[in-house]
Ligand binder design. Structure first.
Ligand code: CO
Length: 387
């Protein structure tokens, strides 16, 4: 039987709606995500175990803009989770229901979705959704006493592009969203860091940026690739800089987003507290996601190790004179509302690197789910292909 997964509410203005739900219930958003294909930004609230999805149009041709034009703000749809969306679509068609899309579409929150025509459902717009983990399996490169998982895709003869995710993230959670665009231009190699996602735990190793960065040559060697472009988000960007420092002959162009290698104690405390919060009882949805991503038996150990990693970041401060040795053309990218990274870090990195360009994204907070994946990946692609 399908389970009620969330309620969708059409809103005009995200800031106003968030303030309203805070005032009315005390709810604060736990996730924001742009779904470019639907022309919406989605904001998720945890309503005591139930989920509310606020939908704001980001383009005039978005279905939410049309809905608000006709009916104003308000309840937009009910969403029901099913195990097999293809089978559900077939069943609905057989029952004579009209569907608003012929194929499942990518929705927010790693879901495949389909809508049923409201004229066939008593005036209520009904969504069916299925959780969609990566549609393909990783491959593995030997590394130290374990394996690094990576996802290979895109053009077999395209320029290689390595993608690296954030601390406590994974390819599935983060960099996957950018692959549909990158796959059109590059041979994509999306890496799960040591102890993250589908890679081995490397329980005996101390987790450091230098150690994480060593995964890149391991995977490139395994694939017989001499040089690659590298994209890194957050900790992936910091690791990418270390890779560029230690392997200058193996990097073509570098893109780093939402990252830093010059931490002070205060910044580190904010991040370590946020990570340690996953172990408490306050954010059950995040804990569930971490368990799904890194394994039920090992996610808590990973969080503990990453808190230690984070607290040690000031000891791994990379001074300007070292950064100045990175000659690879680099795009430094950052959101101007990033809760963890002061924009001064991005500006300093851009000024210090000998060949850098700068992209600042207005209104963007830290999570990469906040970018429009198609537009963001297109900007990165233009830089990497030097257009
Ligand atoms: Co929905």
């Amino acid at each position: 039987m399908p389970r009620l997964e969330h309620l969708g509410v059409a809103i005009r203005d995200a800031d106003a709606a968030i303030a309203l739900y805070e005032r009315l219930f005390g709810y604060t958003p736990y996730k924001r995500e742009v779904v470019g294909e639907q022309g919406v930004e989605t904001i998720f609230l945890d309503a005591g175990g139930a989920k509310i999805e606020l939908l704001e149009a980001i383009r005039p041709d978005s279905p939410i803009a049309g809905f608000i034009e006709k009916r104003g703000e308000g309840l937009h749809h009910l969403a029901f989770e099913v195990r097999d969306i293809d089978a559900t679509m077939q069943r609905l068609r057989d029952e004579g229901f009209r569907l608003l899309n012929d194929e499942p579409r990518r929705g927010a929150d790693e879901k495949l979705i389909v809508f049923v025509h409201p004229k066939d459902t008593g005036g209520v717009l009904v969504e069916f959704c299925q959780r969609s983990p990566l549609p393909f399996e990783p491959e593995y490169a030997p590394f130290r006493d374990g394996q690094i998982a990576y996802y290979l895709g895109g053009q077999a003869d395209g320029p290689p592009l390595v993608l690296m995710h954030a601390a406590l993230g994974s390819t599935e959670l983060e960099t996957q969203r950018l692959l549909p665009t990158f796959d059109q231009h590059f041979r994509t190699i999306a890496v799960d860091f040591a102890a993250h996602g589908r890679s081995s735990a490397f329980a005996e190793e101390e987790l450091t940026l230098e150690f994480f960065a060593e995964a890149v040559p391991a995977v490139l060697d395994h694939l017989g690739i001499a040089r690659a472009h590298v994209f890194g988000f957050s900790m992936g960007g910091s690791s990418a800089l270390h890779f560029a420092l230690n392997y200058p002959d193996r990097i073509d162009r570098l893109v780093v987003h939402g990252m830093n290698v010059q931490w002070d104690e205060g910044e580190v405390e904010t991040m370590a507290d946020a990570m340690a919060g996953a172990l408490g009882r306050d954010v059950p949805r995040w804990a569930k996601r971490l368990a799904e991503t890194h394994g039920t038996e090992r996610w808590q150990d990973l969080v503990r190790r990453m808190v230690i990693f984070t607290e040690a970041l000031p000891e791994h401060y990379v001074p300007d004179d070292e950064l100045a040795q990175i000659t690879a053309p680099t795009l430094v990218s950052a959101g101007d509302r990033d809760r963890y990274f002061r924009i001064e870090h991005a500006l300093n990195l851009w000024r210090t690197l000998p060949d850098a360009r700068l992209a600042i994204h207005p209104g963007l907070d830290h999570p990469i789910q906040g970018v429009d994946p198609g537009r963001f990946a297109a900007l990165v692609t233009d830089f990497l292909l030097d257009q």
